[in-house]
Design a protein around this ligand. Structure first.
Ligand code: 5GP
Length: 279
C-alpha cells in the first residue's frame, strides 16, 4: 500500500477542462443532463463490450467509448446468503431508474456523478471511474450500526449530519475507518477526502428536500466515489439497497430493515419508493 500523498497530483479535484455535457462556471463544473433521466435505447448483447466485473447485484461492461462503461443491474443476486429471500420482480429495472433519477437530480445541482444516460430498462451508460475503496455514509437520523455502536436510540434525529467512512473490504467486513486510516491505506489524498466530505454533505443537502417533497425522510445513505480523469465523481448506485428511507409522517421503514419483511412486502415497499421518486 502506498502512503498518504502518493496519488498523482493530477487527481486534485475539479481541475480539467470540461468534457461533453459539461460547462465550467468559475471553479465549478456544471453538469448538463436532463432533470428527468428518461429511458434511452437498449444496447444489444453484441454492442456491449467485454465484461469487466460481476458483483452480487451488478455487472460492468466496456462501452463503445473507452471513457464510458455500461452498468447493468440484476433482478436476482448471483449468490445468496443461506435462507435469505431476495426476490423483488423487476428489481434491476427499478434500481436503474431510481439511480438515474437521483443522479440526474444531483447533477442538476452541480454534483458530479458517473451517470451519462439510461440504456433501456436496466442499464446505465456511466463514466469510467477509478473507484476509491471507501463507503461514505451520511446520516440524518440514528439507525443501524450507529445506534448499535454508540448505544443511541434508533430514530433519534441528529442535530448535524454524521459522516462516516468505511473501508470497502469483504475480507474485513467493511470496517469503520478515520482519515488517518485512509492515508495509512493509501486510499485517497487529503484533498480528495476534503472533496469527498464536501460533496457528500452537498448531496445530502440536495437530497433532503427532494425526498421531503415526496414525504420521505432520508435517514441515511451510502455513496461511493471514483476518479474520472481529474474529477472526483459519485459512482456506483443510489437505491433503496444503500439508503434508509422512512415515511416522514409515520417513520415506517420504506426500504431497509428488510430482514423483517416477507418477499411480497419487500417488493411492495420497493415499488412504493420507486413511485415516490420517479413518478
Ligand atoms: P449501517 O452502517 O447503519 O448498517 O448503514 C448505514 C447506511 O449505509 C445504510 O443506509 C446502508 O444501507 C448503507 N450501507 C452500509 N454498508 C453498505 C453496503 O455494504 N452496501 C450497501 N448497498 N449499502 C450499505
Amino acid at each position: 500500500m502506498s502512503g498518504k500523498n502518493s496519488r498523482p497530483s493530477s487527481h486534485s479535484p475539479l481541475t480539467l477542462s470540461p468534457s461533453k455535457g459539461e460547462r465550467v462556471e468559475g471553479e465549478r463544473k456544471v453538469f448538463q443532463y436532463p432533470a428527468n433521466a428518461g429511458t434511452g435505447s437498449p444496447v444489444t448483447r453484441a454492442e456491449r463490450g467485454r465484461q469487466l466485473y460481476e458483483g452480487k447485484w451488478k455487472v460492468l461492461y466496456e462501452a463503445a467509448e473507452p471513457d464510458h462503461l455500461i452498468l447493468r443491474f440484476k433482478d436476482v443476486p448471483s449468490f445468496r446468503r443461506a435462507g435469505r429471500p431476495t426476490r423483488v420482480p423487476g428489481r434491476g429495472s427499478l434500481k436503474a431508474r431510481i439511480t438515474a433519477r437521483l443522479f440526474a437530480e444531483l447533477m442538476g445541482q452541480g454534483i458530479p456523478t458517473h451517470f451519462v444516460k439510461m440504456l433501456g430498462e436496466r442499464e446505465l451508460l456511466v463514466r469510467r471511474l477509478e473507484m476509491i475503496r471507501l463507503e461514505v455514509v451520511l446520516r440524518n437520523v440514528v439507525a443501524g450500526s450507529l445506534a448499535a455502536r454508540l448505544g443511541m436510540e434508533s430514530g433519534t434525529p441528529l442535530s448535524a449530519p454524521v459522516l462516516e467512512l468505511y473501508y470497502k473490504s469483504d475480507a474485513l467486513g467493511d470496517p469503520l475507518v478515520n482519515e488517518s486510516h485512509v492515508f495509512a491505506l493509501g486510499l485517497a489524498t487529503g484533498a480528495e477526502l476534503r472533496t469527498i466530505r464536501e460533496t457528500a454533505l452537498r448531496a445530502n443537502r440536495a437530497l433532503l428536500p427532494f425526498f421531503a417533497e415526496r414525504e420521505i425522510l432520508l435517514a441515511d445513505f451510502k455513496l461511493e466515489f471514483g476518479r474520472h480523469r481529474a474529477t472526483l465523481m459519485v459512482g456506483d448506485e443510489l437505491t433503496p439497497d444503500g439508503c434508509r428511507f422512512w415515511d416522514r409522517a409515520t417513520q415506517a421503514r420504506l426500504g431497509k430493515e428488510r430482514s423483517r419483511m416477507s418477499p411480497a412486502q419487500e417488493a411492495a415497499r420497493y415499488h412504493e419508493i420507486y413511485a415516490r421518486i420517479c413518478a
